[in-house]
Design a protein around this ligand. Sequence first.
Ligand code: SAH
Length: 489
Amino acid sequence: MSAPLFPLFADLRNRPVRVVGGGGIAERKVEALLRAGALPRVGAPELSPRLQGWRDQGRIEWQAGEFREDWLDGVWLAIAATDDAAINQRVAAVAEARRLLFNVVDDAELSSFQVPAVVDRGALQIAISSGGAAPMLARHLRKRLEIQLDDAWGDLAALFARQRERIRARFPDLAQRRRFFEQLLAGPLQRLFRQRQQARAEEAFETSLRQTATAPTQGSVTLVGAGPGDPGLITLNALRAMNEADVILHDRLVSDEVLQLSRRDAVRIEVGKSAQGHSVRQEQIHALMLEHARAGKQVVRLKGGDPFVFGRGGEELEFLRAHAIPYEVVPGITAALACAAYAGIPLTHRDHAQSLRLVTAHCKDSQHLLDEGGLDWAALAQERQTLAVYMGVAGLDTVRTRLIQAGRAPQTPFALIENGSRANQRVVTGTLADLPDAARWHQVRSPALLILGEVAALADTLHWFGDAPLHAAPPHSANLPVPKLPQAA
Ligand code: SAH
């Protein structure tokens, strides 16, 4: 077994580095060298347009022609980036004889140094190398780290660099200094950078620099939209929050696949609500958030879809604000958008609709459809608009009757999407007149979303996910035994 490589971060500022080759590969190396403040000297018969541009700006030197030994005079490193194996080998041999470190691009065997895969967060650089043994593995790991480490790390590194002297002066003792950093990192600094609250981050830093005694760490709550179910639809920010969470309070609507992505040792508490009954009341959810945040925990409040679309996110933020608990919000893909996409329904197709309304069939503290008063049926019945009705399965009779009374055509197409974006997704299409019968016939259950408007008919041709749409009840369905509609919505 060969010995592992010696990791090294080189200071190349104002140091000449030879790059042999003038094409695309050389271009990438030169770009990295320029970022590090090096003085690239490029030797090649001709230059790519970008290299030519850097030369015109005086940022690189160019020696025209074929490789010559004297190209390695006065440089600190050499990089062979041509597509000619013989030239690359000559560069390697000459550099070796001169005890110059050299890299042959894409040839780890021939190189005496390698350029690692890098996760770049400003002053903080994470370099990954497999010593040429498994570059794919290194690249894969790099991708994972890219996802996990947000930009706040770069801001933290910059702050620490700026404040280095002051921190040393304040805590001359190494053990003390270490404790200080640990406390600082457990605090709100990183969150504040993520929220682009530079001034408050600086303030938090100043406060901890003044403090001597160990202050209790401050907890926080992140409201996270988990999307409709397909784990591929959560955001990078959601993934990070779930990775950092100590406690996850999740709705029943959040899919198992999404929950699998959260930190293994996080405490998971289901606070699911269904339309039949509140399995955990909203006040209890508030109390749980408060309890854990006050205990210094990073709490993630994970909700189906988007937290601000019929998700009670607003009430939760008001509560947190009133109790001075810091919070963040990560949006998610709401059911209307996901169901439409996964059913092949372009919500505002310009031939058919100019607006989209998100409507709920429930209101606060009510388990019943807002039949009287709450909804403006005349407005909902207008043409050339698409309705996305949440939590509506139990109220479809009312929806049909009211909309037709208010003037919407009985032939208006609908699509009911059950378990949108999940493996068990079902789509039922038909016309408004048949809506409740169709739902009963196919026993559509919660979670299901109703899309009503001309665009809904496009699901029949544009569907791409799962099975083709089912159609409304067969003719004379009134004579057939009709399964009882579940009361769930
Ligand atoms: N905050 C959520 C909505 C919560 S209300 C969001 O933004 O999506 C719950 C209702 O959302 C359900 O009754 C149903 O109408 C709809 N819904 C949520 N997820 C769904 C899914 N995967 N498929 C179909 N409808 C869904």
